[in-house]
Design a binder for this molecule. Structure first.
Ligand code: HEC
Ligand code: HEC
Length: 281
């Protein structure tokens, strides 16, 4: 075979969605899905005590109710009957980034599509390949989500670029598209949309058996934010789930120390990003 034919074959092969993922991209997908993105925070099956069940991190079934909204979290393991085992890699990428299922329906709240729409092409492919590689778990979730409004579409963002090579830009990519920290840690208006310029300010509150906790101010305000924090304190908050006041962090921030496996580099980039925001009180 001549070299140009080989090049053509190679281009075809790498361009085919669903072609053999490399060990590196599977590992990247695992890190994004299981650690930084932590899809299990919503997609895990939960026991009667509300705690995630080990080994069922992506098997779904949890129901989140908020006022008139009821979200039934689907099984995203590759089980053919009860999960997404019949979806191609391209269909999974479309579901994550555009919130569109293969049947054309839109995926609703609280799946953070507004953030996931800007996951880079390579990272979305790595996540989809990883999701197709995990053991299928048979779990038929009960009922369907219902929303008191039409579920919005999320038009595709063409050729989503990877984050620029600066700590602040990489941190912004992790805090937004990948880990959706800003989903909880931003000020929202009465319509529940994030108020531009209030990113990182105090955000959503969560009530559970642990009481009510509020996603705290992560801007560099020296009075109410992380303006006086060191990288070591920020690392302790993510890895050991201890807040600035020394108390253990409660769910959904306290999540069984999954972020203990986050790399030093990613934590430092997140810190650089939050410290670059305008300080807000
Ligand atoms: C904050 C909660 C939340 C997080 C975090 C979350 N999801 Fe979802 N996801 C949902 C909900 C809720 C639905 C179903 C919404 C509906 O019924 O319209 C969903 C649906 C999906 C679907 C469509 C499955 C189907 O059968 O319809 C896929 C695929 C998916 N999520 C993948 C992911 C991946 C990958 C991640 C992590 C990168 C993730 N989700 C993180 C809440 C979440
Ligand atoms: C699903 C909602 C949610 C997401 C996503 C989330 N957080 Fe939080 N976060 C909270 C809540 C709620 C608290 C307060 C918990 C408490 O008081 O026990 C908190 C607390 C914190 C604290 C402690 C602040 C202090 O003053 O002690 C830090 C630091 C933090 N989050 C960083 C992050 C980072 C970085 C990310 C993304 C990698 C993130 N959070 C994603 C909800 C969230």
């Amino acid at each position: 075979m001549r070299w140009w034919m080989l090049a053509g074959v190679f281009a075809l092969w790498t361009g085919t969605a669903g072609a053999q993922p490399t060990p590196q991209s599977l590992e990247r997908g695992r890190y994004l899905v299981e650690v930084v993105g932590h899809c299990a925070n919503c997609h895990a099956s939960r026991g009667a005590d509300g705690q995630p069940i080990a080994g069922r991190g992506l098997a779904g079934g949890w129901v989140i109710e908020e006022g008139p909204m009821r979200a039934v979290i689907p099984n995203i393991t590759p089980d053919r009957e009860t999960g997404i085992g019949n979806w191609t890699e391209a269909q999974i990428i479309r579901a994550i980034r555009e919130g569109k299922r293969p049947d054309g329906s839109n995926i609703g709240w609280p799946m953070p599509i507004d953030f996931y729409s800007r996951i880079s092409d390579a990272d979305a492919a790595a996540m989809a390949a990883y999701l197709r590689s995990v053991p299928p778990v048979r779990n038929a979730v009960q009922g369907r989500s219902s929303y008191p409004f039409p579920v919005p579409a999320h038009p595709a963002v063409a050729n989503v670029p990877p984050p620029a090579d600066t700590p602040v830009a990489r941190g912004a990519y992790l805090a937004g598209p990948i880990a959706h920290c800003l989903d909880c840690h931003s000020g929202r208006g009465p319509d529940m949309r994030i108020i531009p310029g209030r990113e990182g300010a105090q955000g959503l509150s969560f009530t559970g058996p642990w009481g009510t906790v509020v996603a705290r101010n992560l801007t560099p305000s020296t009075t109410t934010g992380i303006g006086n924090w060191t990288l070591a304190q920020f690392t302790r908050a993510l890895r050991e789930e201890i807040g600035g006041d020394g108390r253990p962090l409660m769910p959904p921030m306290g999540r069984g120390r999954v972020w203990a496996a986050m790399t030093d580099q990613d934590i430092a980039d997140l810190f650089a990003y939050f410290r670059s925001l305008p300080p807000l009180d």
